[in-house]
Every structure is written in structure tokens, then in C-alpha cells.
Design a protein around this ligand. Structure first.
Ligand SMILES: Nc1ncnc2c1ncn2[C@@H]1O[C@H](COP(=O)(O)OP(=O)(O)O)[C@@H](O)[C@H]1O
Ligand SMILES: O=P(O)(O)OC[C@H]1O[C@](O)(COP(=O)(O)O)[C@@H](O)[C@@H]1O
Length: 310
């Protein structure tokens, strides 16, 4: 069982254009709306891979009916806490000519300070015994940056925490020694305020965090350059696969989902887990939306992923 927590979900509105011309009138070739947000995306991929998963989230009252419809379409078990306002819409502009996706993420609803303890209580009390708990994404306005840390501290059973976030909320979970963090390289550079300009620097920086804070694994994703998994016992690099790029939205979430699926289904074999994770990330960028991934495509792609031990 994998439970995901998404405090700032979104309607992902994808606009596919031949080419994006700034300051001009742009015509959309096709568009779609899917439920998104980092933890929800992880649950969507896990569910495609037939893993039991449940998503805990917060939804705005003002567009609740529509968002629930999108959640139902995604076919995942979900539990939500209702707040005033709208669930945000994140616009993703895909420029087919230049193979570039531009993400315009809204801030989302603002949460009143007074209900923060209630939200933490809601999440913790709805966490059922899980192999992994994934805490993912940005925080809505008004939510303190240590909320992920609070959720970890209040969880009443032993589990493996996976955290995929940035800035202060990433730094604040270091002390909780999560099982896995998955920053992309820019998020890690920004959080630590350093430049990571070589593989060696990435590995030594991650090992330092691992020894200092007891984090078990750090998976640094590097977009078109693949990813690096660092742990005390092994350092692995997933080589990138060249694919025709569509939308890069959800690539990181797919990597996280595939990695967890691999760990659970292949006896915690990190090599196989990284292979599966990279297969999900690679396929994600070759589709208009991660909703188009299938289990069979993922399994086929996994065959093409090369993992090197560093
Ligand atoms: N341009 C690309 N070409 C091939 N694979 C990609 C590309 N961008 C992302 N991926 C795959 O998706 C994974 C996660 O991508 P990344 O962009 O680093 O995550 P995030 O969405 O968190 O920023 C990468 O490790 C890689 O496997
Ligand atoms: O919470 P944030 O950081 O604003 O991110 C939310 C956005 O990230 C996504 O979860 C995609 O994330 P990744 O591309 O990092 O995998 C979108 O579905 C969503 O619009």
C-alpha cells in the first residue's frame, strides 16, 4: 500500500501549440484538463501499475464538483479535506516545434492559520498502514513550511517516507531522516545554495546529507540527463534515453512512482527500482499527459534503460 499526500493539487490544463510566440496571438492545436499535483500523479502511475494506492489531498469548495469529476476519471482512491476557494489551475504550454514545455503554476487557495492543526490531524488520522507514504509538492499559501515534518512526526506507525518538494519544506524534513528525497538538480542547488556542476559534486553533496541527517536515499533527477540515486551502500546512475519530447509535466512524479513500484515488487532491489522509475519518467516526457502511460509501455521501456554503478 502506498499513500500519497498532496496539499496543493491542481487542475493541469495542457495547451498544445505548434509553436509558442510570446506577445502574439497563439492558436491551440488541442487541449486537455487532468487532475494533477505531485502526490496525485504518483498515485495515478502506481494505480496503472496495479499497486494499491490512496491519495490524501485538499480541495477547494468553489470548483469541487469539477475537480471530483477529474479525480474520478483518474481512477484513484482519494480522501480530501475541503477548504474555501478554488483548487488552482496550472497551465502547461507545450511548444511542439521547440520541444519545450512551459509550466505556469498558480498559487492556489489560501489556508487560514486556525485550521492548520485540523489539517494535520485530518491527514495523520487518515493515513492507513502503508509501505510508503509520499509527501509531495508545493504548499498552499498560509501553510507553514514544516508541515511535512509535522506529518512525519505524528504518524503512528513505522513506514518509509518519500518527500518530493523544494525550498524550506524540503530542508525542514532533513532532520526527520526520510527514506527517500527526490529533488531535481535545480531544487537541490537552490535548497543548499550551491552549484552542482559535476557528477562527483552531486554524489559527495548527497552523501554528506545522508551521513549528516540519516536520510537513506537521495534520487536526484536531471531531466534529459537522467538521474542519480545515492545511498550509503550504492550509487547508481540511470542513463537518459533519447525520445521525441512531448510534455515534461509529471516526469519527476513518474520517476518517483516507478521507483517505489520497483522497490515494492522487486524485493527492494534499487537497481531494478531505478530502471522502472526511469522508464516511467522517460515515457512521461514522450506523451501529451502521464494519463496516457500504460503498464505494458512502461515494462517495455524498462528494457531500454541502462543503469550504471558509480
Ligand atoms: N528531456 C528528457 N529526455 C528524456 N528523459 C527525460 C527528459 N526529461 C525528463 N526525463 C526523464 O524523467 C525523469 C525526471 O525528470 P525531471 O525533469 O528531472 O523531473 P522533475 O519533473 O521533478 O523536474 C528524468 O530522470 C528522466 O528519466
Ligand atoms: O506543487 P507544485 O510544485 O506547484 O507542482 C504542481 C505541478 O507539478 C506536477 O505535479 C508535475 O510535477 P513534475 O513535473 O515535477 O513531475 C503537476 O501535475 C502540477 O501542476
Amino acid at each position: 500500500m502506498i499513500t500519497t499526500v498532496t496539499l496543493n493539487p491542481a487542475i493541469d490544463k495542457t495547451l498544445i501549440l505548434n509553436e509558442l510566440n510570446l506577445g502574439k496571438v497563439n492558436r491551440v492545436l488541442r487541449s486537455r484538463e487532468n487532475i494533477g499535483g505531485k502526490g496525485i500523479n504518483v498515485s495515478k502511475i502506481l494505480s496503472k501499475l496495479d499497486d494499491a494506492t490512496s491519495a490524501i489531498t485538499i480541495l477547494g469548495r468553489d470548483n469541487l464538483g469539477y475537480v471530483k469529476k477529474l479525480l474520478n476519471k483518474a481512477n484513484i482512491d482519494s480522501i480530501y479535506y475541503e477548504v474555501e476557494g478554488l483548487t488552482r489551475t496550472n497551465t502547461k504550454v507545450v511548444d511542439l516545434k521547440n520541444n519545450i514545455t512551459t509550466d505556469i503554476n498558480e498559487i492556489g487557495f489560501e489556508i487560514e492559520q486556525a485550521i492548520i492543526p485540523d489539517i494535520v490531524e485530518f491527514i495523520v488520522s487518515n493515513l492507513i498502514k502503508s509501505d510508503f507514504i509520499v509527501l509531495s509538492g508545493s504548499l498552499p499559501k498560509g501553510v507553514p513550511s514544516d508541515i511535512y515534518s509535522k506529518i512525519i512526526e505524528n504518524t503512528k506507525f513505522n513506514t518509509k517516507f518519500v518527500v518530493d518538494t523544494e525550498e524550506e519544506q524540503l530542508i525542514s524534513v532533513f532532520k526527520n531522516s526520510p527514506y527517500l528525497i527526490k529533488p531535481n538538480i535545480h531544487e537541490l542547488e537552490d535548497a543548499l545554495n550551491i552549484e552542482l556542476n559535476s557528477i562527483e559534486k552531486i554524489v559527495t553533496t548527497c552523501l554528506d546529507l545522508i551521513y549528516r541527517y540519516g536520510i537513506e536515499n537521495i534520487l536526484v533527477s536531471m531531466g534529459g540527463d537522467g538521474s542519480i540515486l545515492v545511498s550509503k551502500e550504492i550509487v547508481l546512475k540511470a542513463e537518459p534515453v533519447k525520445v521525441e519530447l512531448r510534455s515534461t509535466v509529471g516526469a519527476g512524479d513518474s520517476l518517483v512512482a516507478g521507483f517505489i513500484h520497483g522497490m515494492l515488487n522487486y524485493n527492494m532491489d534499487k537497481h531494478k527500482a531505478l530502471k522502472f522509475g526511469s522508464a516511467c519518467g522517460t515515457l512521461a516526457v514522450s506523451k501529451d499527459s502521464i494519463d496516457d502511460l500504460t503498464k505494458m509501455d512502461i515494462q517495455d521501456m524498462a528494457e531500454s534503460i541502462i543503469i550504471k554503478q558509480l
